[in-house]
Each structure stands twice: as C-alpha cells, then as structure tokens.
Ligand binder design. Structure first.
Ligand SMILES: [Zn+2]
Length: 104
C-alpha cells in the first residue's frame, strides 16, 4: 500500500507525508518550505525596510542605495529603529503597532 504524501496547498509540490508545515489547525492547508506564509513574508519585510531606509536616508547615515537592505536582521533593525524614533527605550507596543501598520 502506498504511503500518504504531503501536497503543498499553494504550489502543489509533493513531499513525504508529514514533512510540510500546517498553518491552520485542521491540517488542511499545508505548505512546502518555499510557500510557507512565514517565509514568504521575509522578502516583503526586507523590501519595506529598504523603502523606509531609502526615503528617510537622513535617519540612516549607514544606508547606501548601492548597498540596500537585503537581510532580515537588517530589516528588523530598521523597524525597531523606526519604532523608537522618539523614545529613549524600546516600547514593545510601539514595535507591535509599527509591524501591524507596515504589514496590515
Ligand atoms: Zn509550495
């Protein structure tokens, strides 16, 4: 008897059973690594951070258009910096609100 396979809900790629990640609790929407929403959001975050850094380059003296934001740590640094713009300490509510504003 043939074993079950996981089929990506997004691209239809087939993998070994139980090797793909569930997004919903009912286990119906499963995604391969390339299509997992948590991974797909990363290029989006990097693009957003690059947009912020390039339009507010005065606030980011290290930013260089020839050397754009390309990694997640760089992008997250920009977001945290944005959220503490007018604060001495990190306000986590501000960080959350900033992410919600950017991604919502
Ligand atoms: Zn896929």
């Amino acid at each position: 008897m043939e074993r079950g396979k996981d089929i990506c809900y997004s691209c239809g790629k087939v993998q070994e059973y139980l090797t793909m990640a569930d997004v919903t609790e009912d286990g119906f929407e499963i995604y391969c690594d390339d299509c997992h929403p948590n991974k797909k959001i990363i290029p989006q975050l990097i693009k957003l951070a690059d947009d912020i850094a390039s339009t507010r380059f005065m606030d980011y003296p290290d930013y260089d258009e020839d050397n754009p934001i390309t990694t997640l740590p760089e992008a997250l640094t920009i977001f945290v910096q944005e959220s503490m713009r007018n604060h001495d300490e990190i306000d986590l509510t501000e960080v959350y609100d900033e992410f919600e504003k950017l991604l919502g």
